[in-house]
Design a protein around this ligand. Structure first.
Ligand code: BJW
Ligand code: ZN
Length: 233
């Protein structure tokens, strides 16, 4: 496949590389994506669950969704796609991994520099005060905040909420300075993350399916992350 050879050449020549990952990279570990088949939970879309309004209306139901996902993630292991990004990080002196995923599988694979722009499912934080903690529970919604008594919530970014400032600023900087942005396993439909593709000089996309950006990127590779990424370096 000529495009694979071209992608290999561009990545090999690049000294600064940024990577943006989405749910597709964890799909081969058995974690459902948001918008694909199996992405629904009790017939609800992420837009019905991942919002502050849904949490205000029914915190128990939103917690049940997150605890179910924590259970799936805890039972999963990183796959060849995650592992190949660990190898790429070791090859490049300037490397930034930006992930929209909250599952922590990049950490478990061994990636070092990770910007988690949509937060971390293993953090539980207060909906009112700065209190937060790491939380391994997969079965019980936590009681109220020990500091102020308000509801505790998952440490993730919901629709309508701002992204963590420091991680986001660093992501924008890394993408603007990168010779190549590799975008893997994301539908590129959620902003501002998808906007990172506009900042990049050269985008290589890896996805099973076409995305709104497939026709605008330098190279679009159709296939799974677990199959395609290990062949790129
Ligand atoms: C494979 C594969 C395999 C499968 N190999 N590939 C217009 C412009 C700008 C912004 C907006 C706008 N309209 C609305 C907005 C706001 C909104 C937004 O973008 N909405 C869109 C739906 C239009 N954005 C926000 O609200 C963001 N905040 C914000 O804008 O702040 C400013 C603001 C403040 C106040 C008021 C208004 C604005 C926040 C977005 C937060 C997103 N949060 C979630 C949940 C996180 C927590 C959790 O995990 O529960 O993040 S939603 C969900 O989508 C999650 C994901 O990170 C994110 C992206 O999904 P992803 O990763 O791309 O997954 P999928 O399922 O969509 O795609 C999987 C892909 O993989 C597919 O393409 C498959 O083909 C592929 N695939 N297997 C390779 N093996
Ligand atoms: Zn509190």
């Amino acid at each position: 496949m000529l495009e694979i050879a071209e992608a290999r050449a561009r990545l090999s020549a690049a000294s600064a590389v940024a990577v943006l990952t989405g749910a597709g990279i964890s799909a081969e570990s058995g974690i459902p994506t948001f918008r694909g088949p199996g992405g629904l939970w009790r017939n609800l879309r992420p837009e019905d669950l991942a919002t502050p309004e849904a949490f205000e209306r029914d915190p128990q139901m939103v917690w049940e969704w997150y605890l179910w996902r924590r259970g799936l993630i805890a039972a999963a292991t990183p796959n060849a796609g995650h592992r190949s990004l660990v190898a790429l990080e070791q090859l490049k002196s300037r490397f930034t991994l930006i992930t929209q995923n909250v599952d922590g599988l990049h950490d478990r694979a061994g990636s070092q520099k990770i910007l988690k722009i949509h937060g971390d499912i293993w953090i539980t934080r207060c909906s009112e005060c700065p209190y937060q903690r790491r939380d391994r529970s997969t079965t019980e919604a936590p009681p109220s905040c020990p500091e102020c008594g308000a509801l505790l919530r998952p440490g993730v970014v919901w629709f309508g909420e701002s992204l963590p400032r420091i991680a986001w600023d660093e992501a924008e900087r890394a993408v603007s300075q990168a010779d190549v942005l590799l975008v893997a396993g994301t539908s590129a439909t959620v902003y501002p993350a998808a906007g990172l593709l506009h900042l990049a000089r050269c985008v290589i996309e890896v996805n099973q399916e076409e995305t709104p950006f497939s026709h605008r990127v330098a190279i679009s590779l159709r296939g799974t992350c677990g199959d395609v990424l290990p062949r790129l370096w």
